[in-house]
Design a protein around this ligand. Structure first.
Ligand code: SAH
Length: 216
């Protein structure tokens, strides 16, 4: 065990606590999102040769040309979802399953429905999540059409960026009063937005420039 980020007990608890302390100083997000980050073993979601970097605040490759987002982005997006225990959440872009686990810490894992386009990633994430005790429902497929029978959700989020805005078919699956958090726009011009589904239309807030993989 020559990994300097492991503590004397051979685990990553200290590294994870330090990451969360750093996020707490830098971000203006609710304590619930930070507590969720502190509960999820990010090293268990990244390839073995990346585990020593799991608690640095940066994205990491997870195979198939995809990446796990940096922890501060996961914290911010989780905060913007504004969910409570028992809320039902749709995730588009499971990737390795890390972000789903963070949201599951808040709403309860049986309330998270996640869809992933790459079948191999979906299968690996499903196994990993279940092995770690998260009963997240993971399907392989396209987020535009996934989980038709599970709507309406209290909130949805995308971890891949649709170039032309959030597809209507996803917004339509969120209840009135619910939220959609997503990166939108073409490569190099993406913005993180939060949509609020209202009786009389969709509200939109902008949270700045971001970099995500494109939605397929
Ligand atoms: N939340 C993930 C981040 C994954 S990166 C994590 O914590 O690891 C974004 C993922 O979105 C990629 O795995 C990509 O394959 C997936 N994706 C891209 N387009 C998609 C689509 N149309 N439907 C579902 N997933 C999609």
């Amino acid at each position: 065990m020559d990994d300097a980020n492991r503590d004397t007990a051979g685990n990553y608890d200290t590294a994870r606590r330090e990451l969360v302390a750093d996020l707490r100083r830098r971000l203006d997000v609710d304590e619930r999102a930070l507590a969720a980050i502190e509960s999820v073993p990010r090293h268990a979601f990244v390839p073995e040769d990346r585990q020593s970097s799991a608690y640095a605040d940066r994205p990491l490759p997870i195979g198939h040309d995809q990446t796990i987002s940096a922890p501060h982005i996961v914290a911010l997006m989780t905060d913007l979802l504004d969910v409570e225990p028992g809320d039902r959440v749709l995730e588009v872009g499971t990737g390795c399953g890390y972000h789903a686990a963070v949201v599951a810490e808040i709403v309860g894992s049986e309330n998270v429905y996640s869809v992933e386009y790459v079948p191999e990633l979906a299968e690996a994430a499903r196994e990993r999540l279940h092995w770690l005790g998260y009963d997240v429902v993971v399907d392989a497929g396209d987020g535009r059409t996934a989980f038709p029978d599970e709507a309406a959700f209290d909130a949805a989020y995308l971890t891949c960026a649709p170039a032309d805005g959030v597809p209507d078919s996803i917004v339509d699956r969120v209840r009135t009063g619910g939220r959609v958090v997503a990166p939108i726009g073409p490569a190099g011009k993406q913005r993180l937005v939060r949509l609020t589904v209202g009786e009389e239309g969709i509200g939109r807030e902008d949270y700045g420039g971001v970099r995500f993989v494109p939605m397929r």
